[in-house]
Design a protein around this ligand. Structure first.
Ligand SMILES: Cc1cc2nc3c(=O)[nH]c(=O)nc-3n(C[C@H](O)[C@H](O)[C@H](O)COP(=O)(O)OP(=O)(O)OC[C@H]3O[C@@H](n4cnc5c(N)ncnc54)[C@H](O)[C@@H]3O)c2cc1C
Length: 288
């Protein structure tokens, strides 16, 4: 069985920064990433808001170049399926299953998105309903068209950035629907994404029914203070309902509710970060 001082799971900004810091201290590091390339969500973020004006892929490129020039052992296309209490992990890749041994482990597996189906929303499950992250991936990495006449549910940074991208692509953003009485997200996104593109906003509202069979044709909007409902026709629904740290891999390792001393979390797997610079800074400090 191959042995490493440190196993880092997830090759986004956090995993790359943690790996680099540990390798600088002379540790033998294995960085495992399930996707075909390093970068994580940076790869799908084409707007220039990273590290003072770079796009996500450009920011990722800087880190990837440093990782490639370092002694970090990188395995892309490699999914870590399980971490065991005896400090081994089961890896899955095109070449099959492999078990590796390690002294320490950093989980940098990022977040998953909350889906609309986790809410009490009526209706069938027609085509044309996407989480914002999936839509971003389809458009920015796959070059697909996700449809027109888009309703966006959720007004955090992700929802606002998607509204701007769709408007820039010539799509009609029907509305951003937000249950609170004000928009979420960073002030700069409110200004540059929503106000600049005059995106209609429905505050104190939610979607409580998805209309359409086969393909979505609209949503039922509910005004929360009054309970008034009305139909809003649309061709696509994007949900930007929040990110949840993905810590599924450490579920079985908790000792009295705490992580074992050899396992640490970093990046969005620890908590959701708005800015990538803080991910990189903290991840470098998290490295053993
Ligand atoms: C839409 C959006 C816009 C943003 N805009 C900005 C911005 O303008 N400016 C800014 O500074 N920040 C921005 N951010 C924040 C910043 O991009 C993120 O906080 C940061 O990139 C998160 O990095 P991470 O490494 O923690 O997670 P991720 O990038 O999600 O990386 C996690 C990686 O772990 C891998 N992985 C997960 N599980 C496993 C497993 N079991 N085995 C192997 N690999 C696994 C995943 O494939 C993924 O590559 C934005 C974030 C989003 C979502």
């Amino acid at each position: 069985m191959e042995e490493f001082d440190l196993l880092v799971i997830g090759g986004g900004a956090a995993g790359m920064a943690a790996s680099l810091a540990a390798a600088r201290r002379g540790q033998r590091v294995l960085l495992a990433e399930r996707e075909a390339r390093l970068g994580g969500i940076l790869n799908q973020c084409l707007h220039s808001g990273f590290g003072g004006g770079l796009t996500g892929p450009a920011y990722a490129r800087q880190l990837i170049d440093r990782v490639n020039a370092s002694a970090v052992c990188v395995r892309t296309g490699t999914d870590v399926l399980r971490i065991f209490p005896d400090r081994t992990a089961l890896l899955s890749s095109r070449t099959g299953l492999e078990r590796v041994e390690f002294q320490k482990c950093i989980l940098a597996s990022g977040c998953r998105e909350r889906s609309v189906w986790s809410l009490p929303v009526a209706g069938s499950r027609p085509a044309g309903v996407f989480t914002a992250g999936t839509a971003q991936k389809l458009m920015n990495l796959g070059g697909y068209d996700i449809g027109d006449g888009v309703v966006i549910m959720g007004s955090g940074d992700v929802g606002q950035i998607m509204a701007r991208q769709l408007a820039q692509a010539g799509k009609r953003v029907v509305a951003i629907i937000e249950q609170r009485d004000q928009l979420g997200g960073l002030p700069r996104n409110r200004r540059d994404c929503v106000e600049a593109y005059r995106i209609p906003v429905l505050l104190q509202c939610t979607v409580d029914e998805i209309l359409g069979a086969g393909r979505i044709r609209g949503v039922m909007v509910r005004h929360l203070p009054t309970g008034r409902r009305w139909e809003l026709p649309c061709g696509t629904l994007l949900t930007a309902l929040g990110l949840i740290p993905d810590r599924a891999l450490c579920r079985e390792l908790l000792e009295d509710g705490a992580l074992p001393e050899w396992l640490r979390l970093c990046g969005n797997c620890d908590y959701v970060h708005d800015m990538v610079d803080s991910v990189v800074r903290e991840a470098a400090q998290t490295a053993f």
